[in-house]
Design a protein around this ligand. Structure first.
Ligand SMILES: [Zn+2]
Length: 685
């Protein structure tokens, strides 16, 4: 491979904050690339935040004057921009006029000659909703020309555009084939008609079908997406680059772009934004100006807002709050909301890329939040936690639940044949057991039922995001329905179910929904407490997989708690002469961070390649010294690793070298040849 140009720094949803290296400098992604018309450069876009621009090589090529100038002084001089520059090939003109007077080979060579950083082959932008036969035929030509462009180029980095109209399987096929060749950036093409007609559902289908087959290590460019309204959604689906002629086209039409829609200057009595233009002009002043000056100022506003939105998105990725931003933005138009709802169909894919542990709390903003990867992941991981024979369902309280529901009493419902009631009442009659602790009842799983995660075993009540989430106290009908469904499914595996009256009330459950019949009272408050060993075993199983808890916490286990909060901090094994630290429970998200002994035990228990990142011989000594692992040294890894997880670093013979935190997921670790894959905590094995 000739070019190693892209690195991921932060991740959230399918979005990434990355850096893209070009001969004219390094830029941050996701970003917007203003489109510069080579004949009429109007705005100093660099001054407004543009780090990368797009211009059209075909327009330069077919104009004698521009062509000569570009061949002589380079395309950067021609458009007066010294930073990284992408050239388009004329496909857009092809889609407009049906034909262009240049061959694929000529236009690729030309882009190289005028010194573009990244060039584009002459693909065929097949419009949405055409007959399948046409989409297939044109796709073959696009792929053929892509291949040809690789033979023609020398040092030019190349775009290769994913086409396939609105056929998801054709988009995937195209992405798969192009992804197997040595291209540097992948635009997703011919979506402009979909964006212009607000067909955002189809945009989701096209983008998701493409990104899932494109290599993770290359930036993706959603071609022609220039409205800030769609940026957050597109980034969350894995798009890194956007191009905009919209800033100038909308300005010339007296329209202002905003992240939540478009304003017409004619309708405004107040400027709706706080950019320099809007702060220092009134709508009347702008309207009184001559057209050219007004367009220039509105374009300046449009760029300021677009770049502001990009910064907001990048910060949201860094904070782990991209989903919250997407949900806000998608509420600005019903069709965007529709697109957000479409993401439900891609939960499985999105979950692979979404980091399990984030800095931000999960904020429920409406029924769409039920379809976020965090909820999907929780219900999946819940299956790793071994089940007991009986289950007690409690209503939610403040979080973490176990600290805020110290005891229970009141009206409960049980099963006809159940004996929970008898056990409780019998024990309560014994005066010495008046402070009965519920965990003393053998084989009882205590579960809090809440929105949006539905089932929260008390042992897990401090694990991210089960404690770190907020939802309105008034439940919406979708949330109630979801909780009912999950709950009914969950209790199947238990021999006996007992539910607090408030669970039934909160979620509109009938007794028969949970096979309950008997009503009984717990008059004396019963203490609720989770045993430490129980808690740490459950957390480990939830975090590392079934059985991991028993494997990690085997022997004479000693739990050390924080004196301030009473929460578990460290877990040691006491081996008589020495105490070894196994894990530390991270206070911020309630999950385990491995220590050397924990890594050793986990490595012994989990079969290869589970939870492992395998490095080559060259990297082995560095790993043992505790140096971080770069993706280029990784020769294999567990594909199910998610970013931000605790992972084991081993050599080809599965000898444990070190352990650390994954920066990427399994797919990304194997695909990337640049950047950090694992932030090593400790070597020394
Ligand atoms: Zn403004």
């Amino acid at each position: 491979m000739k070019f190693l140009i892209f690195e991921i720094k932060y991740k959230d949803a399918r979005g990434r904050v990355g850096t893209l290296k070009t001969p004219h400098g390094k830029i941050k992604t996701p970003t917007l690339m203003p489109v510069i018309h080579p004949g009429k450069q109007t705005l100093p876009v660099g001054d407004y935040g543009a780090e990368l621009v797009v211009t059209n090589a075909y327009l330069i090529y077919k104009n004698d004057h521009l062509r000569e100038k570009a061949l002589e002084g380079g395309v950067h001089n021609l458009i007066d921009f010294s930073g990284p520059l992408i050239t388009d090939s004329g496909s857009f003109q092809l889609s407009l006029y049906g034909d262009v007077h240049v061959s694929n080979q000529e236009i690729v060579e030309f882009q190289e000659e005028i010194g573009a950083d990244i060039g584009t082959s002459l693909d065929i932008p097949t419009p949405p909703f055409v007959k399948r036969e046409r989409a297939e035929k044109e796709l073959e030509i696009t792929i053929q020309r892509a291949k040809e462009s690789l033979e023609v180029r020398d040092k030019l980095m190349l775009n290769s555009v994913v086409q396939g109209s609105t056929y998801p399987d054709l988009r995937s096929r195209c992405a798969d084939i192009l992804g197997g060749m040595d291209f540097q950036v992948h635009p997703i093409g011919a979506v402009v008609p979909l964006l212009e007609s607000y067909s955002y559902r189809e945009v989701v289908e096209v983008v998701m079908a493409s990104v899932k087959c494109l290599p993770d290590s290359r930036p993706r460019h959603l071609m022609g997406a220039g409205h800030p309204m769609v940026f957050a959604l597109a980034v969350a689906m894995g798009c890194d680059l956007f191009d905009s002629a919209a800033y100038i086209l909308f300005a010339e039409d007296d329209r202002l772009l905003m992240p939540n829609g478009t304003y017409k200057l004619n309708n405004l009595q107040e400027m709706p934004c706080y950019c320099e233009v809007c702060s220092s002009h009134t709508p009347n002043e702008l309207q009184a100006m001559d057209k050219k000056e007004r367009s220039r100022l509105l374009a300046q506003h449009n760029l300021a807002v677009s770049f502001g939105e990009m910064r907001t998105i990048r910060q949201a990725i860094i904070d782990g709050s991209l989903w919250e931003l997407v949900e806000q933005r998608c509420r600005s138009h019903p069709y965007l909301l529709d697109a957000l709802r479409m993401l439900k169909n891609y939960q499985k894919d999105l979950e692979k890329y979404d980091p399990p542990y984030k800095k931000s709390a999960f904020f429920y903003s409406g029924p769409e939040s039920l379809n976020r990867p965090e909820v999907y992941r929780h219900l999946k991981r819940l299956q790793q936690v071994p089940k007991k024979r009986k289950v007690l369902l409690l209503p939610p309280s403040d979080k973490p639940y176990s600290q805020n529901i110290p005891e229970i009493s009141g009206k409960f419902y049980g099963m006809k044949k159940g004996n929970f009631e008898n056990i409780i009442n019998k024990k309560l009659q014994e005066p010495s057991k008046i402070n009965l602790q519920l965990h003393a009842i053998k084989d009882l799983q205590i579960v809090v039922v809440d929105v949006p995660f539905a089932i929260i075993p008390l042992e897990l009540d401090q694990v991210y995001p089960l404690a770190q989430n907020e939802s309105p106290a008034t439940y919406d009908e979708d949330a109630k329905k979801r909780v009912r469904e999950v709950l009914q499914n969950y209790i199947h595996d238990f021999e006996e179910t007992v539910a607090s009256e408030n669970v039934l009330k909160s979620f509109d459950l009938e007794l028969s929904d949970l096979n309950l019949e008997k009503e009984f009272q717990i008059t004396e408050p019963v203490m609720l407490e989770v045993e430490d060993l129980n808690r740490i075993v459950c957390i480990a199983d939830y975090q590392f997989g079934n059985g991991s808890g028993r494997a990690l916490f085997n022997g004479n286990i000693k739990v050390v708690k924080s004196r301030k909060t009473g929460k578990i901090r460290h877990v040691y094994v006491d081996e008589g002469d020495v105490e070894r630290l196994i894990v530390t429970l991270r206070a911020s998200d309630g999950v385990f961070v491995l220590a050397s002994e924990g890594a050793r035990r986990l490595h012994h228990y989990l079969p290869y390649p589970k939870n492992r990142v395998v490095v080559n011989q060259e990297a082995e000594p560095f790993a043992r010294k505790g140096k971080s692992i770069f993706a280029k040294f990784v020769i294999n890894c567990d594909i199910d690793i998610r970013a931000t997880e605790e992972v084991l670093i081993v050599n080809e013979n599965d000898q444990l070298l070190a352990f650390g935190k994954s920066m990427l997921n399994g797919w990304e670790i194997t695909d990337f040849k640049t950047g950090q894959a694992v932030k090593t905590r400790k070597g020394g094995f």
